[in-house]
Design a protein around this ligand. Structure first.
Ligand SMILES: C[S@@+](CC[C@H](N)C(=O)[O-])C[C@H]1O[C@@H](n2cnc3c(N)ncnc32)[C@H](O)[C@@H]1O
Length: 221
């Protein structure tokens, strides 16, 4: 079983973390530096205006969420909300999540990763998270038993993600239809109000899972 897990995704072109510079004004948040913290660490990529991040932090005081958004005006809207409540278990980051993850996170440190409504250009398959070589690096930062939660309103994105999760990444996964009353993110609210079907895929990193980045650390981590 372990051998198959290694072979399938290791036939893919490898991501090259050493080629990525650190984001501008990069510093590693204290929650990562502080190895004494026993709080489970959760990552959200593409947090938008932070609706999910702020509710997650309020609902899970025992977990620390790092929520990354690269678009300036969305991040500013996020920080405005953040500053009104200042939850100490939430760290908003304004950066590209790929470079940031490479430079900030050690292997095996996350218990969950949220990718909510990534919405790339519809026809650009290379922009879908599970099609990217970076996805292997992201999985190396996830603990065994940890989950990646992907949501989308695009049927073809979800169909492809299910296929990739099973055949390339060998991740046990479950697909769900999101309840019409769910309101986790601004995009979820918008799509469900239009009566579009929204999907969620929950992927789990199984025992024995190996990636080519399990021992890879940026110099500054
Ligand atoms: C369609 S929006 C969804 C925002 C939010 N998750 C929601 O559902 O309301 C996708 C967001 O992902 C962000 N994003 C895409 N790629 C990113 C990356 N590599 N790093 C950080 N943010 C990214 C975009 O800037 C955009 O705000």
């Amino acid at each position: 079983m372990t051998e198959n897990i290694e072979l399938t995704h290791q036939q893919k072109r490898a991501f090259q973390p050493q080629k990525l510079s650190a984001p501008r004004d990069f510093t590693i948040p204290s929650v990562i530096k502080n190895s004494n913290s026993n709080m489970p660490l959760v990552l959200e990529i593409g947090a938008g205006k932070g609706k999910h991040a702020l509710s997650f932090a309020a609902e899970h005081p025992d977990k620390h969420l790092i929520a990354i958004e690269r678009t300036r005006n969305k991040f500013e809207a996020f920080t405005k909300q953040f500053e009104q409540r200042l939850p100490d278990n939430l760290t908003p980051i304004h950066a590209d999540a790929i470079a940031w993850t490479v430079h900030a996170l050690p292997p095996n440190c996350l218990t969950s990763i949220y990718l909510l409504y990534p919405n790339p250009e519809q026809h650009n398959l290379n922009q879908q998270w599970l099609n990217m070589p970076f996805f292997e690096f992201l999985l190396s930062r996830l603990q065994i038993g940890g989950t990646v939660i992907l949501a989308t309103n695009i049927d073809t994105y979800m169909d492809n993600a299910v296929e990739q999760a099973s055949t390339v990444w060998a991740l046990p996964n479950k697909r769900y239809k999101i309840a019409i009353e769910s309101q986790r993110t601004h995009f979820e609210v918008k799509y469900l109000a239009r009566r579009e079907t929204c999907w969620e895929l929950v992927m789990t990193k199984p025992q024995g899972y190996k990636t080519r980045f399990d021992d890879w650390c940026a110099n500054n981590v």
